[in-house]
Design a protein around this ligand. Structure first.
Ligand SMILES: [Zn+2]
Length: 80
């Protein structure tokens, strides 16, 4: 997918990132671009643009078996 060829569609789709470092419970948290609780830039794995966090979590699962949505920016994907 080319990220910059369709700016209108892109505008509706926020970028998502996963934390390379797991939480204490082993979860790798997924964050939406602009979240105040984003980890250090060096710990971020870019996932892509998705219409919602569910697509982002599915992508994050290709990298890490244990992933969870951030409580603050992805509440509908947050489990624990
Ligand atoms: Zn977040």
């Amino acid at each position: 997918m080319l990220l910059y060829c369709s700016p209108k569609k892109e505008a509706n789709m926020p970028r998502y990132y996963v934390n390379k470092n797991p939480q204490t419970n082993g979860d790798h948290e997924v964050h939406k671009d602009g979240c105040s609780y984003m980890p250090q830039p060096g710990n971020l794995q870019y996932l892509g643009s998705f219409t919602d966090c569910h697509g982002a979590l599915a992508e994050a699962k290709k990298y890490y078996s244990q992933v969870d949505g951030c409580y603050y920016c992805c509440p509908s994907c947050h489990r624990s």
